[in-house]
Design a protein around this ligand. Structure first.
Ligand code: ZN
Ligand code: ZN
Length: 290
């Protein structure tokens, strides 16, 4: 049985009950069907190592995900290519959401259920507006990471909180990458105590094998169910973080692709740092990560 405390990173079961169960002692599975969605991942259309075809193949063959969202940096090309591939290959076991990870002036913002690209470099408020104008949902990616420059910081989150018309629909409280190590716990606490926006978990996979390491539990099984569950704030993050092999694969790919000298140095440093933090977190939560 769980040895972790309520809300600790890595104990998905507790998150799941926390957010979804109408009564704390009622097992969820007894009365509702739930699904799993990984709503944050990258392909070769931005800085991922897997082509859209490889991402689809991994999701199909190696995960139990019901829904995936491809969210490349500032482009829909990977997601749209994946949709074309799915259309050509026939119905799949999982459904696809067209998404984008938008580089706003204040940090990364996931745009889900969109059809038109949101340009980078706008304010986070304007970006949320543009997402909502086309019927999409906005989720703040990996907030509160104080050393990651693309992470939305607390002052900005509080600024959004003061503007009810510009609230994001969700907050990523479990991010499987280095961006989420150390900040996911902060985000979970803040989401539950202060912001109350729907919580999501996403792998932020840049290599196909990381897909699904973190995901979002929702009520139902389909894309429409996920959307409804996000709007009803009945979602919960589950899972853990990238494994060392994923950091190494990404580092190898960055070096092979060309490498700028900086990536040669920075990628291994990220890997080592991730491992160290992972080891520390693992010890703290009883080795249940990943
Ligand atoms: Zn990001
Ligand atoms: Zn990302």
């Amino acid at each position: 049985m769980p040895t972790t405390q309520h809300g600790d990173v890595g104990d998905g079961h507790l998150f799941y009950e926390h957010a979804l169960s109408p009564h704390p002692h009622t097992p969820l599975a007894a009365h509702r069907r739930t699904g799993l969605a990984d709503v944050h991942m990258h392909t070769t259309a931005s800085d991922g190592t897997g082509t859209p075809a490889e991402v689809l193949a991994f999701a199909r063959d190696h995960t139990n995900l019901d829904v995936i969202a491809i969210t490349d940096h500032d482009t829909l090309d990977g997601a749209l290519r994946a949709r074309d591939l799915l259309a050509a290959s026939g119905p799949e076991r999982f459904e696809l959401i067209i998404g984008e990870e938008v580089s706003t002036r204040e940090g990364h913002l996931l745009a889900l259920f969109i059809e038109r690209r949101i340009p980078p470099g706008l304010s986070i408020e304007r970006s949320i507006e543009l997402i909502h104008e086309q019927g999409g949902l906005a989720v703040v990616a990996h907030p509160f990471n104080r050393v990651f420059r693309h992470s939305v910081q607390r002052a900005v989150m509080n600024r959004l909180l003061r503007q009810p018309g510009l609230h994001p629909d969700g907050i990523e409280t479990l991010n499987g990458s280095f961006a989420g190590i150390g900040s996911s716990r902060v985000a979970m606490t803040a989401a539950r105590r202060v912001y109350r926006w729907a919580e999501t978990g996403g792998s932020d996979a840049h290599t196909p094998t990381a897909i699904g390491c973190a995901s979002t539990r929702f009520v139902g099984r389909t894309v429409d169910d996920l959307r409804a569950s996000l709007l009803a704030r009945t979602t919960a993050p589950v899972g853990g973080f990238w494994h060392a092999a994923e950091y190494m694969a990404l580092a190898r790919s960055r070096i092979a692709s060309g490498g700028v000298a900086a990536s040669r140095v920075a990628a291994p440093r990220v890997r080592v740092r991730g491992q160290a933090l992972r080891a520390r977190l693992s010890a703290r939560v009883g080795g249940r990560l990943g």
